[in-house]
Design a binder for this molecule. Structure first.
Ligand code: PHE
Length: 378
């Protein structure tokens, strides 16, 4: 008798503790999860993306939400680590019971998280992971950006046609799926177009001293150096290259897009070029409207990550509005139908492989500004 009572009290206490420990499910809310690098070497990626997403969520909630419910996003920091990305996504799915996921920026972290989303059949949209392998994980994984075979071609063509740079050195981050993939795709096109890779050397994300690699590169006398990395290392590489009297331009991809690039690279990064998803110089009314709304809310000009985050959230919101119901399966099916969806970063149509086919821009670094140079269509 007493035993039973004690057991009853214990079980009740445990259940209560468990329930309050979890985010309470609220019938008036739709929960979606976001995971990103809010801290660490790529913190601006996660922070900017989050701001873009917040803006999109705020807009839909202002007009009454979706199917009479308010949209709520739970954002977890993965510190820029792949293992952590897998953990926080597991938590979002099993504890918070989100119906969809937004993230990550970096391909290696999307690759760590996507199998978990796929296994649990929770749709995931990465705003900006460009490595082809990400969406190959399965039919619940989408992206609203172009992929690196295209981005690599854009920069190889640009080097040869716009800069008359044919002898190129490549400096890649071997710890990053993005960097390795983009270096390979760039090389493929460059060689096809008659260019030559005069050096192919590597570093690992987190490194701070690149003098040995740059000395080797200098010995090969290239016309330009292709550095498909993220902004922290790229900024340091630019400075150390100039210290070694290497004066040729550096070339890169979307991973350069950060307000920190010129803070770290200072004058050394000026005059270098990279490909990106968006330019804030675009006169498209939709882009200017987005920039104005973003500035009003956050008091800063949005970078490409913010624009991609906003667009990814908009695609998800539209899918939820069109979906028969708010189950992950129903939402997934609607995301897959996304077609001619005019957004800030261009017109989004998802193909059979769940990738967006879109144009890229090339910009030139000029202090904190990235000056628009050209647009390349797929
Ligand atoms: N495309 C990069 C990747 O796949 C991420 C990135 C996108 C970084 C856009 C900056 C801007 O890893």
């Amino acid at each position: 008798m007493m035993d039973n009572l004690i057991r009853f009290v214990l079980v009740t206490m445990l259940s209560l503790a468990f329930l309050t420990g979890c985010q309470k499910e609220n019938a008036n809310e739709i929960l979606i999860g976001q995971f990103g690098s809010l801290t660490g070497n790529e913190a601006t990626f996660g922070i900017s993306t989050d701001k873009g997403i917040q803006l999109a969520i705020e807009e839909i909630n202002k007009v009454g939400g979706i199917k009479g419910k308010i949209l709520k996003v739970i954002t977890l920091d993965d510190q820029g680590k792949a293992e952590e990305a897998a953990q926080v996504v597991t938590r979002l799915i099993t504890q918070n019971k989100v119906v969809a996921l937004l993230g990550e920026v970096a391909s290696s972290r999307s690759l760590a998280a996507a199998p978990i989303a796929q296994q649990n059949q929770i749709p995931m949209i990465t705003p900006s992971s460009t490595n082809p392998k990400v969406t190959e994980i399965g039919d619940y994984i989408f992206r609203v950006c172009f992929i690196d075979p295209f981005q690599g071609t854009v920069m190889a063509k640009f080097a040869i046609e716009n800069l008359a740079a044919k002898k190129i050195a490549v400096l890649r981050d071997v710890k990053s799926d993005y960097s390795v993939g983009l270096a390979n795709f760039f090389t493929e096109t460059l060689v096809k177009m008659g260019g030559e890779i005069v050096a192919d050397v590597s570093y690992q994300g987190g490194d701070v001293d690149f003098k040995a690699q740059l000395t080797e590169i200098k010995g090969k006398n290239p016309d330009a150096i292709f550095v498909p990395g993220y902004y922290t290392e790229v900024g340091l590489i630019a400075r150390q290259a100039r210290q070694l009297d290497i004066t040729v331009p550096l070339l890169g991809g979307d991973g350069w897009d950060s307000s920190k690039l010129s803070e770290i690279g200072q004058d050394s990064i000026n005059g270098s070029y990279f490909s990106n998803h968006y330019t804030n110089e675009s006169q498209e009314p939709m882009v200017q409207d987005f920039i104005n709304k973003f500035k009003a809310k956050f008091n800063e000009t949005p970078d490409g990550l913010a624009a991609m985050g906003y667009d990814a959230a908009k695609v998800l919101i539209a899918a939820m509005q069109n979906a028969a119901n708010l189950t992950p399966k129903s939402i997934r099916d609607e995301i897959a139908k996304t077609k001619d969806f005019q957004m800030v970063t261009g017109k989004i149509s998802l193909d059979e492989q769940r990738n967006a086919v879109k144009s890229a821009v090339v910009v030139k670094v000029d202090g904190p500004n990235f000056k628009y140079v050209t647009t390349v269509n797929p």
